[in-house]
Ligand binder design. Structure first.
Ligand code: G3I
Length: 359
């Protein structure tokens, strides 16, 4: 077993890449997380797992949790009202089961995942359609899903004048659509961890301050109404470039969420490169340091049960098209690079798990 040192110390070593490779070969993120009672997982799509067996082996070796990146979004699962297509989700769930990994489902209710037909329904039918969707999909995986991202990105942004985002879900399924979705999910599978997932909660920025406050109010309301919500999913799309970060604000927020009796899941961790670093080593260090300072706070919180990265390797990442580098270099936002070699981000995750208190 190797000894995990500080991230800064590690990066100062010579031949850091070779050492990382050696360490990653000796142990896995799933083992390091598991030693602390945590799950480590990644989002994925079944076509990549089928087409790229080397990558598939890496996923199974490093991850104890597998979640869909897109496959279980509403528009793919129920492309026509009442017609369900589970083949993509089933492929992921089977991959996970065969490799002793947990499977997490989602996203059930997300305005960007809606099928076109939803928006032409009259309000009473829209709510019934949403409840039916949640019931059928969660029911299909009953007893097999560790967790569900039940509602995603429901919170409005600062200055929008309302707590909830103005979406077809709010307009058609009604202001209690979140509550209805969670109640349907709990009935369909009482054993799954039901997650409310949202973003822009991580930094010391006015927007994130606003959203932490608003989300706490929303969670307080839901818990007060005994809505069967089990966890907050904090997406954790981080970025380099010295974005203001406050350990105490983040910790205060996580404490308040825990005090409501909720678990916390880091649900979509990755790091967009927004800094001025130019060499691969400097870029990797910046990404790793961002993960390091973030997880140092997050993993102190005992109610955090899982860390999921949004992908595992730079070979397959939404950031390559969504946040490409201006110099044309391929992004490096995850624990493995495009050649499936561990990056400094792998070491940052390993270090964070190793120093986390057990839960
Ligand atoms: O599958 C089609 C393909 O048939 C078609 O040829 C191609 C042409 O553009 O599009 C493919 O679909 C793309 C899909 O990803 C699968 O790769 C969509 O265009 C593209 O918009 C979609 O992007 C996804 C995005 O959500 C929007 O749904 C990203 O992969 C996915 O990583 C991203 O994930 C979201 C989370 O679900 C919620 N939180 C934020 C996160 C980032 O936006």
């Amino acid at each position: 077993m190797y000894c995990v040192g500080s991230v800064a110390g590690f990066y100062a070593m010579s031949r850091a890449g070779m050492l990382r490779t050696a360490l990653a070969a000796e142990t896995s993120l799933r083992e390091l997380a598991s030693a602390k009672g945590l799950l480590y997982g990644c989002a994925n799509s079944p076509d990549r797992l089928t087409a790229d067996p080397v990558f598939a082996r890496l996923v199974a070796e490093q991850c104890s949790l597998l979640v869909p990146e897109n496959s279980l979004n509403w528009k793919y699962v129920e492309p026509r009202y009442g017609e369900f297509d589970f083949h993509l989700g089933d492929s992921l769930a089977t991959f996970a089961k065969d490799r002793n990994m947990k499977f997490g489902g989602g996203t059930l209710v997300w305005h960007e995942g809606l099928p076109q037909w939803f928006s032409s329904l009259p309000p009473p039918s829209a709510k019934a359609a949403m409840v039916n969707h949640v019931t059928q999909v969660v029911g299909h995986y009953r007893g097999h899903a560790f967790s569900w991202a039940v509602v995603n990105e429901a919170l409005a942004f600062r200055g929008q004048g309302a707590m909830l985002k103005d979406t077809p879900l709010l307009r058609l399924a009604g202001p209690d659509y979140i509550e209805a979705a969670f109640r349907a999910a709990a009935l369909a599978d009482p054993s799954a961890l039901l997650v409310l997932n949202d973003n822009h909660l991580e930094y010391d920025l006015p927007e994130d301050d606003y959203r932490r406050d608003a989300l706490l109010k929303l969670l307080q309301q839901l818990v007060g109404k005994k809505v069967p919500i089990g966890a907050l999913g904090i997406q954790s799309h981080l970025r380099t470039g010295d974005v203001p970060f406050s350990s105490s604000k983040l910790k205060g927020f996580l404490d308040s969420v825990s005090d409501l009796g909720l678990k916390i899941v880091v649900s979509e961790l990755d790091v967009a490169e927004k800094g001025s670093e130019a060499t691969v080593a400097d870029r990797d260090n910046a990404v790793a340091k961002e993960i390091d300072r973030y997880l140092e706070v997050i993993l102190q919180e005992k109610s955090v049960v899982a860390v999921v990265t949004w992908g595992l390797t730079a070979k397959y990442t939404w950031l390559a098209s969504y946040a490409p580098r201006s110099d044309g270099q391929h992004v490096r936002p995850l624990p493995y690079d495009s050649e499936l070699h561990p990056t400094a981000a792998w070491q940052a995750l390993a270090t964070a798990f190793a120093r986390a208190p057990a839960r």
